[in-house]
Ligand binder design. Structure first.
Ligand SMILES: [Zn+2]
Length: 317
């Protein structure tokens, strides 16, 4: 049997990671290069003339024109962090390389920080991953499916209206050879035409050829400028439909990843960031070697996300 080229790719070994990012200076230089590949630019006036002030932890850039002072982390999700950059980089590495994600508890053990610190770090990084995913739409051939995440809490109600159960839409785009390329996984408020219409507007490019097993609300992808083909199940279980093979595989990977790694989290509040982190890793699975860089980039593109913000419930797509 041919080796799976995704599973057997090289990746970045822990030794290689260590050689690249084990000191504060190395991490600071990598961050500087990621944010300002052509040299520092003042975030206030765009001037490239600056002087350096050596702060207590990291160097500060002072703009010669407007006197504004900036650090490498200012304006990113790492802004005002008290943690060393080496710890952030190690977290990028661990989160990016764990096939099924990593729990905050496990992260706290690897990093030697408290559970609360690890939760916050993890939430900030997952949030930056999910915001990065929000920027992309799926194009071409797309398979769609509905699912529920989570289930009953001990002592809670059972069934569809149960607490901590979140409706989600999973989608995967395929290339001309019929192989999966990108995925999008997002919570929705409900499986209604209006809600799916809104989802399609923000998640699908115009002219997508959508395939689904025919849940009525999926018809509203047509209003977002897509074609829609329904696969007639003909009494077969949706998981047995060869036409929808890839969406079934992605959905089952997602469920394995969430249930195996996280056991329980507050699905109602936080599902969006967990789904975003899963999608982020899936969509970059062809280049594991660059995963740490991609997470660093996501952290730089996302603005500061303080704890009080991260503790609020995330709205559905
Ligand atoms: Zn300036």
């Amino acid at each position: 049997m041919a080796r799976n080229r995704i599973q057997f790719q090289k990746g970045l070994s822990f030794r290689e990671f260590n050689a690249l990012y084990s000191t504060e200076e190395q991490c600071e230089a990598a961050l500087e290069k990621m944010r300002w590949p052509d040299g520092f630019r003042c975030p206030r006036c765009d001037s490239q003339e600056y002087g350096l002030v050596h702060g207590r932890r990291h160097k500060r850039y002072q703009c010669r024109k407007c006197r504004h002072q900036a650090t490498v982390t200012a304006g990113t999700v790492m802004e005002a962090t008290k943690l060393p950059l080496t710890l952030w980089f190690l977290a990028f590495y661990l989160i990016g390389h764990a096939k099924n994600g990593i729990s905050s508890l496990e992260l706290s053990r690897h990093l030697g920080v408290t559970c609360n610190t690890a939760w916050l770090l993890h939430s900030k990084i997952m949030r930056s991953m999910s915001e990065r995913e929000d920027a992309y739409v799926l194009r071409g051939r797309v398979q769609l499916d509905d699912a529920y995440l989570g289930g009953e809490r001990p002592g809670g109600k059972a069934g569809r209206g149960s607490e901590n159960k979140v409706p989600i839409v999973t989608a995967v785009s395929l290339n001309v050879a019929g192989k999966p390329i990108h995925t999008k996984n997002l919570p929705v408020r409900a499986f209604t035409s209006e809600e799916i219409g809104r989802w399609a507007q923000s998640c699908l490019g115009k002219g997508c050829a959508v395939l689904s097993d025919g849940l009525a609300c999926f018809r509203s992808v047509i209003e977002a400028g897509c074609e829609h083909t329904v696969i007639v199940t003909g009494g077969r279980h949706p998981n047995d439909l060869p036409e929808l093979r890839w969406i079934n595989i992605v959905q089952s990977n997602l469920k394995t990843s969430l249930s195996g790694t996280f056991h329980a989290f507050n699905f109602e509040k936080y599902s969006k960031r967990y789904l975003g982190a899963f999608s982020f890793r899936f969509n970059r699975r062809f280049n594991l070697e660059k995963m740490t860089d991609r997470l660093l980039n996501a952290a730089c593109c996302c603005g500061p996300r303080p704890e009080r913000f991260l503790r609020q419930a995330e709205l559905a797509a």
